[in-house]
Design a protein around this ligand. Structure first.
Ligand code: PLP
Length: 331
């Protein structure tokens, strides 16, 4: 819990992102940025996809998890870590913990899909299923942290985690130096904050567009309200975008407010259409949360002007469900 008398917590700087890049180099992958040929034809511009779907564990979350765990003290490593997760963060933490020989406990809600629970179990982490929402699972994690002296690895509201995700921004600058617009999925805001810190330090004019699912709009509503809100969770194809931002949010609420130029939300139908487009036209597997940027472009909610990059944040989707979707029409 933050003490209101504390100075406001500060987010990571560009230097922290450079430090993260050195730290995580052996653990997270430098992912390719590819020209999306079909999407570019469709929209009449040059749209590039940053394929975080190719990371070990299937999402960008391995960047932040690696940066956080590699910064643990010897004593903290001894005691172990605990994470709360809709799946991808927990899996990334468990994966990096195993590489480092650190014990990991992951708390998840009953809303996490079976394919993700199975992948988590396979990492050897201890799984604790508790509560119907991410917020309830977090209460459990806090309890375990206190009881067992574990270090809580937050999925987004942590300067080291944000700096780890920010390494995506450094790679975008190298691969597309003329970048004008980047579309980034938004839930808790660790991803878009990190990317924006890295990009804006190099070029303040880069337009950062955050894309949320209509069914998971907590950060957008919070920004509108001027303070962190709590909303009931809804089901969405973009299951990795579920979860609140924390009423005591320390970093990402402020970073998103300061650094994001534009917010858009996309509907379930638009996400489904983007998943179909990615699979059938670009021949790429993505999960719902990772398809929201493409959904924003295909639906015309965001115009691709100039050199545009879309962060395709992960691939952890139930393949049967994805194939089912592709049989359902359009594209
Ligand atoms: C966690 C996650 C996001 C959202 O990241 P935040 O830092 O919470 O905004 C987007 N896509 C995927 C695949 C994720 O796992």
């Amino acid at each position: 819990m933050s003490n209101p008398l504390d100075a406001p917590a500060s987010g990571p700087t560009q230097q922290d992102v450079f430090a993260a890049r050195r730290r995580i180099a052996g653990t997270a992958r430098r992912t390719p940025l590819v020209l999306a040929e079909q999407l570019s034809l469709e929209l009449g511009g040059n749209v590039h996809l940053k394929l975080e779907s190719l990371q070990p564990t299937g999402s960008f979350k391995v960047r932040g998890a690696a940066n956080r765990l590699l910064a643990l003290s010897g004593e903290e490593r001894e005691r172990g870590v605990v994470a709360v997760s809709t799946g991808n963060h927990g899996r990334a933490v468990a994966h990096v913990a195993r590489l480092l020989g650190v014990r990991a406990t992951v708390c998840i809600s009953t809303g996490v899909p079976a394919n993700k629970v199975a992948a988590l179990r396979a990492t050897g982490a201890e799984i604790v299923i508790f509560g119907a929402s991410q917020d309830e699972a977090e209460v459990k994690a806090q309890e375990l942290r206190a009881e067992r002296g574990l270090t809580l690895v937050h999925p987004f509201d942590d300067a080291l985690v944000i700096a780890g995700q920010g390494t995506i921004g450094l790679e975008l600058l190298e691969d597309l130096p003329e970048i004008d617009t980047v579309l980034v999925p938004l839930s808790g805001g660790g991803l878009v904050s990190g990317v924006a810190v890295a990009l804006k330090a190099a070029n303040a004019a880069v337009r950062v567009v955050a894309v949320s699912a209509e069914a998971a709009p907590v950060m957008v509503r919070s920004i509108e309200a001027g303070r962190p809100l709590q909303l009931p969770e809804e089901g969405t194809l973009a299951d990795s975008l579920r979860g609140g931002i924390g009423l005591d949010n320390r970093l990402t609420f402020r970073l998103v407010r300061e650094l994001v130029d534009e917010h858009v939300t996309v509907s379930e139908d638009e996400i489904a259409e983007a998943l179909r487009f990615l699979l059938l036209r670009e021949q790429l597997v993505a999960e719902g949360a990772a398809a929201v940027g493409v959904a924003a472009l295909l639906s015309g909610r965001v115009k691709a002007c100039g050199a545009t990059a879309v962060v395709v944040s992960g691939r952890n989707i139930d393949m049967t469900a994805l194939l089912e979707l592709t049989r359902e029409s359009s594209t």
